[in-house]
Write a protein that binds this ligand. Structure first.
Ligand SMILES: [Mn+2]
Length: 248
């Protein structure tokens, strides 16, 4: 079995909320580790992560310990970065044995050709401000300057503020499936060029959905702030399905 989850946003909210989310996520990792070949974490696992060469953010010890334990047991742990946690260096790889994916990727699992991406920075051609901001966030020069010039305490304080602002602006109005259209359109275009892709897996929109029409399959996962989280399971026969994990 292969499992996919995204948008846990570890560290979001007050101390109590953040701990609760982390405990739930670790329970889920325990749950799926029973038969997981590999676990794919598809972005925004951390609400904010900025790694210096020799400094990493405080916290997340239960998660990092659990991921290390599973990877030591031989379960592949893959992390795709999202718009909240793209500033990873080598710590998660070297300390926890996590395979890091900094860009969308096509991967074949259980005979299925999957396109896996967090979902930010895709299909944003008509949005110059967003493109500029994304380019700035991803620039290695900006990042190097930031880590040389900004003390980690200040960087993390700023990051936490920015992350909560970003989440609130996204979460201010309820979204429905029509908000997923831009990623479904992205998938449709991509599939027309790469017909061998069987399914697309996205996070980012915090809305679970299984789009399956005219030979195009696009699956989305929820965030983990409600009473249920949804994740994706891929069984050994190549069947993909969205499953829910009760968080109460
Ligand atoms: Mn998110």
């Amino acid at each position: 079995m292969y499992y996919f989850a995204s948008d846990i946003h570890l560290g979001a909210g007050d101390r109590h909320t953040a701990r609760l989310t982390e405990n739930r996520f670790c329970s889920w990792l325990d749950h799926v580790s029973a038969d997981a070949e590999a676990i794919y974490l598809v972005g925004d696992i951390f609400d904010f992560w900025f790694e210096y060469r020799r400094v990493v953010p405080k916290g997340f010890t239960r998660t990092l310990g659990k991921l290390s334990e599973l990877s030591d047991r031989g379960i592949g742990i893959h992390l795709f970065t999202g718009n909240h946690d793209m500033w990873c260096r080598d710590y998660l790889q070297e300390e926890c044995g996590i395979h890091l994916h900094l860009h969308p990727e096509e991967i074949t699992l259980a005979g299925q050709r999957l396109f896996i991406a967090h979902g930010d920075n895709l299909n944003i051609k008509g949005q110059p401000m967003l493109r500029l901001m994304n380019a700035g966030f991803r620039s290695t020069t900006v990042r190097a300057l930031f880590s040389w010039l900004v003390h980690p305490d200040l960087a993390l304080k700023f990051g936490k503020w920015w992350s909560s602002k970003s989440r609130k602006s996204h979460g201010s109005q309820p979204i429905d499936v029509s908000h997923l259209d831009f990623l479904i359109e992205y998938a449709r275009t991509r599939k027309s060029e790469r017909t061998e892709i069987d399914a697309f897996i996205f996070g980012h929109m915090h809305l679970p959905h299984d789009y399956d029409r005219d030979g195009l399959r696009v699956l989305f996962m929820s965030d983990w702030s409600g009473e249920q989280a949804s994740y994706i399971a891929l069984d050994d026969s190549g069947q993909l399905s969205i499953k829910t994990f009760d968080l109460r």
